[in-house]
Ligand binder design. Structure first.
Ligand code: FES
Length: 512
């Protein structure tokens, strides 16, 4: 499939949050060390937990495979809200009113926690309280929204049903949540990391965790040396250490974002359209308010033309707003759990001190802060009112939810086995057209091959190094994406997203 460079008019392929803030330059681990807590992954969970634990008097080592706050946390829309699309009516039916209340309380309190950190540290991160609207343009969804508004209010949130909003187009109905917030995630977290290094605590970049040897004192094996720690937090988005097989209870979902300037003012608030799922928020920038439009979700590695998803987002934005320009585009992925609740707490194993935080269902700013609060409390021996609800080893979800989920994962397996997504042709990598990436068959072996704009060919194994699923070409970002658990690799096979811990081997190595 020859590709046109169809995204040229959508600006730079980079998150606005990354463009708008300086890079970091922390050392890599040079020799083994011992700390109280080793934290794997420097996104919102890892950094917030590191701050809480260091403030409580423990020594921490926060390690990041590449650079801090550059992966999922940097690609979020950064809505700091407990309004997680349609969730409270579902939680109520799966977990009862108490479950919905705990989820709502934890997420609403995490907004307060972030606000108090911003105030205490005087962080200039564009934090502001705003309402959030979960809305639909379809009158058939009014009853569903009324039910959701009631469930959210019963869960203790300031939520009401309405048929008006500040948006410049008509809506059929909405759940209006008061007292929500938004911020600039990198400005916030770049401030927090200033307090981590020093006094026997550390941040290491370019240091990849590879495994954990469990014991009374755990040992984190990294590519730069070991770190011994009584407690370890696995905050690598998809867990890189997973003895309880959470990978079988989650699937990765991709979503897209565009950074847009409008010819009209953007109305005060955050907005989530239920069908299709598209969200909007604005943020101050040097050129005035930028509007981040996000959505167009699909399972990672399940779509042969990812450019089309950016185009869907663009069309939606242009159909609903007077768009002046699109300056940035980027994508991200998140993990969807079997019962729509994140897995936060002690890893299900014999371990005394290994904790995990994952499955934030695309609402990582609040759920990630909830995770940092819960895990810090567990490590410090404090009571936490939400910990058993989020516990990764909680009892199984109700049958309908499990059936639906298992159906999704069987669907993944079928597609992988049938090769429906790739249909490899028997050609040599050099026979590809410029800018083309695809799975091909060479001497009977499947090879992931890409020929760049200048004709240079890259050929790597098509088998993901995590558990062997076949990777799929992502034409918008020139990456190889794994449909099973969301590992991603650059066009040349270099790993850029866990759970894979290494690169795809070069094709020439396969022939040895
Ligand atoms: Fe698990 Fe690829 S991410 S097999």
């Amino acid at each position: 499939m020859k590709e046109s460079n169809d995204l040229e008019e959508m600006g730079e392929l980079k998150s606005f949050w990354v463009i708008d803030t300086p890079d970091t330059n922390f050392d890599m681990l040079k020799k083994g060390l011992s700390v109280d807590v080793a934290i794997l992954g420097a996104g919102i969970v890892g950094i917030t937990a590191a701050l809480f634990l260091k403030e409580a008097g423990l020594s921490v080592a926060l390690i990041e495979a590449e650079r801090v706050i550059k992966d999922v946390t940097a690609n979020t829309t950064a809505k700091v809200t407990a309004a997680h699309n349609i969730i409270y009516s579902n939680l109520e039916s799966h977990f009862g009113k108490d479950g919905a209340r705990i989820y709502g309380e934890a997420n609403q309190k995490s907004i307060d926690k972030i606000e108090s950190i911003v105030k205490e540290r005087n962080i200039d991160c564009d934090f502001r309280r705003l309402p959030c609207y979960i809305y639909s343009e379809n009158p058939d969804e009014r009853d569903m929204l009324k039910k959701e508004a009631k469930a959210a209010a019963d869960a203790g949130l300031n939520a009401t049903y309405t048929e008006t909003s500040p948006l410049p187009f008509e809506i059929a109905g909405a759940v209006q949540y008061e007292n929500q917030a938004e911020f600039h995630p990198r400005k916030y977290l770049l401030n927090l990391i200033q307090s981590i290094n020093g006094d026997n605590s550390y941040i290491f970049e370019n240091t990849r965790a590879l495994n954990i040897k469990e014991g009374d004192i755990n040992e984190v094996i990294t590519d730069k040396g070991p770190i011994k720690a009584k407690n370890v937090i696995v905050a690598t988005h998809f867990p890189i250490y997973d003895p309880s097989h959470l990978f079988a209870k989650m699937y990765p979902s991709m979503s897209y974002a565009i950074g847009v300037y409008l010819n009209e003012p953007f109305p005060k608030g955050m907005y989530v359209s239920t069908q299709p799922t598209i969200t909007y928020r604005s943020s101050p920038s040097d050129k005035g308010d930028i509007v981040i439009v996000s959505g167009a979700n699909h399972k990672v590695g399940h779509e042969p033309d990812t450019i089309a998803f950016y185009k869907k987002l663009e069309k939606h934005a242009r159909d609903h707003f007077n768009v002046k320009s699109i300056d940035y585009h980027w994508s991200t992925q998140d993990n969807i759990t079997m019962d729509n609740v994140p897995y936060i707490g002690k890893i299900e194993s014999k371990s005394k001190g290994v904790y995990v935080a994952t499955g934030f269902m695309k609402w990582g700013m609040t759920n990630g802060t909830v995770a940092a609060m819960i895990i810090s409390d567990l490590i410090l021996g404090n009571d936490n009112p939400w910990s058993s609800f989020f516990d990764p080893s909680r009892s199984k979800p109700k049958l309908e939810s499990a059936k639906e989920f298992i159906g999704t994962n069987i669907d993944v397996a079928k597609e992988l086995l049938s090769g429906r997504l790739s249909r490899p042709k028997s050609i040599k990598p050099s026979e590809l057209e410029n800018s083309e990436g695809r799975i091909i068959k060479v001497d009977g072996k499947k090879v992931a091959a890409y020929k760049d704009e200048d004709g240079k060919v890259y050929a790597v194994s098509s088998a993901c190094v995590h558990l062997g699923c076949q990777v799929v070409w992502n034409n918008a970002e020139k990456t190889w994406d794994c449909p099973c658990h969301g590992s991603r690799y650059r066009y040349d096979g270099k790993v850029i997203h866990a759970p894979a811990l290494g690169d795809l081997p070069e094709y020439k190595d396969l022939e040895k």
